[in-house]
Design a protein around this ligand. Sequence first.
Ligand SMILES: Cc1ncc(COP(=O)(O)O)c(C=O)c1O
Length: 350
Amino acid sequence: MSSFNIQSILRENIKNLTPYSSARHEFKGKASVFLDANENAYGSPLDKDFNRYPDPLQISVKEAISKIKGVPVANTFLGNGSDEAIDILIRAFCNPGHDNILILPPTYGMYEVAAAINDVEVKRVNLNSEYQLDLDKIAENIDEHTRIIFVCSPNNPTGNSIYREDIETLLANFNGLVVVDEAYINYSRQKSFIQELTEYGNLVVLQTLSKAWGLAGLRVGIAFASEEIIEVFNKIKPPYNINQSSQELALKGLQQVDTVNKWILETTLERDRLIEKLAVLPFVERIYPSDANFILVKTQDGHSVYNYLAEREIIVRDRSKVSLCEGCLRITIGTPAENDLLIETLNNYK
Ligand SMILES: Cc1ncc(COP(=O)(O)O)c(C=O)c1O
């Protein structure tokens, strides 16, 4: 384990914070009458016991995730989407108006938005022309106030995985947190960084039930990290950040590993088919290699293609104005029927 000390970058007010202690948190034993949380003892108007507050630490869901991922519950945080984990990391470790985060565009937009909401400066070091890390420029841009580097792998919107050795270089040399956002890891040929948690104390791995697990509507995101970092998450999060029905349904969903694995396989096969079919279209200049459930397609005029598809009720993501993605559309892999319709529609584009 590297010698990283999280106390050295944790904000003073968070270090000194006495977290809110909920009724469900304080009483852990067995009881039959609960008059401690000002709930409605008569029941809920629905056919379930929604009158009671949910488990603040979502232990059952974490145990189910632990069985699948092999990461202990104590190293797991659940957020209202991984977006909540991103926000908490910035709030815990970056002093507004003083510290900064480093992002690697083109990448997922929420790192920047969460920083802006928290009045935290954002340093940007573009990926290189292969959409990989520019380690020299990253080193040049890190200063004494840089607290977090966000690495998205597989990266959104480019779809590729970031070279493992480069992420390890950051982990070994950067004296702050390296957050590896693995929202799309289930579609990747690369292995997850969760195996490295015991090696690097400054590593946070983000995953989510929103993509391969097909549960975006439940809003359940995951952060894996050292116990010390997880304690920081738990100190800051709202007491009941994952609601009762999301916990119950997530638990049910997590039993369906076989179905999810079938979808992952089908999605990656459809990804290959879509790449093959779209690559031959005259207005398609390039399709980037993808380890995700979407592809980045460079066209001669991305905006026109976007409008043409939208007029036919097919919505893709127009990334044509994003720096290093000029002319590009990000297309999510759909069902075989949806992909057929997309291919047929684009075949008729003039
Ligand atoms: C790279 C990346 N990270 C995180 C998220 C957010 O996931 P969640 O639904 O868990 O908030 C997304 C969603 O699109 C994403 O693309």
